[in-house]
Design a protein around this ligand. Structure first.
Ligand code: NAI
Ligand code: FMN
Length: 180
């Protein structure tokens, strides 16, 4: 059996308490993450949602995963269409992130921002830091969420080098190197 977890400050180990949903969320709030708008279109209709649970899986074949709450209004369209575009947000995209973060009807979400159609048919955000056009190749159900494994069939790099980061329940901006 593995020993109980120790606090990081070196204090004596105590038996670990049960991890509640609130405790897990508070811990997760300490992880900074890029903010993405994951879009879809096809027979299930156009839709999109904000997601921080996006991660690289493998480069061969190029694959990302996205965790999508099964209760989200985007879940039906995403599964019916089988395609997504993962648009990584830039500085200044906070209002767009909040718009796609829930409650607003899908077509009202797309009234903001400039969108073009990617090869899969999913909407691609003009001005994103980077956009990954994907086909969903596998879906795994875990608790409240579906983990979507998304094979990347196209990439578009945007001009901005200032990324939007969600950390400690707030938005932040992370600047990359400049050319000069
Ligand atoms: N993975 C997810 O489904 C996420 C969902 N959200 C949604 O946005 C709302 C506001 O988020 P916060 O302001 O960060 O406060 P919060 O206290 O609800 O969440 C803190 C952190 O916990 C994680 N988290 C939140 N809900 C989760 C869920 N259902 N499943 C797995 N991880 C989850 C995320 O890393 C989030 O940043 C959340 O209540 C949730 O509805 C936000 C971030 C990630
Ligand atoms: C910063 C941020 C990050 C989020 N990350 C995720 C995520 O990774 N997965 C997810 O299912 N929902 C995430 N959400 C919540 C969804 O964007 C939201 O539930 C979705 O838009 C569906 O809402 P609706 O059912 O009202 O349409 C996030 C929300 C915000 C504001």
């Amino acid at each position: 059996m593995s020993p109980p977890c120790s606090p990081l400050d070196g204090a004596p180990a105590t038996p670990p308490p049960a991890v509640t949903r609130e405790g897990f969320r508070n811990a997760m709030a300490r992880l900074g993450a890029a903010v993405n708008i994951v879009t879809t279109d096809g027979p299930g209709g156009r839709h999109g949602f904000t997601a921080s649970a996006v991660c690289s899986v493998t480069d061969s074949p190029p694959t990302l995963l996205v965790c999508l709450n099964k209760g989200s209004s985007a879940a039906g369209p995403v599964h019916a269409n089988g395609v997504v575009c993962i648009n990584t947000l830039a500085a200044g995209h906070e209002p767009l992130s909040n718009l796609f973060g829930g409650r607003t009807p899908p077509e009202e979400r797309f009234a903001s921002g400039t969108w073009r159609v990617a090869a899969t048919g999913a909407p691609m955000l003009v001005g994103a830091v980077v956009a990954f056009d994907c086909r969903i190749v596998r879906t795994v159900e875990v608790g409240t969420h579906n983990v979507l494994f998304c094979e990347v069939v196209g990439v578009a790099e945007g001009g901005s080098n200032e990324s939007l980061i969600y950390y400690s329940r707030r938005y932040h901006t992370l600047s990359g190197p400049t050319d000069d």
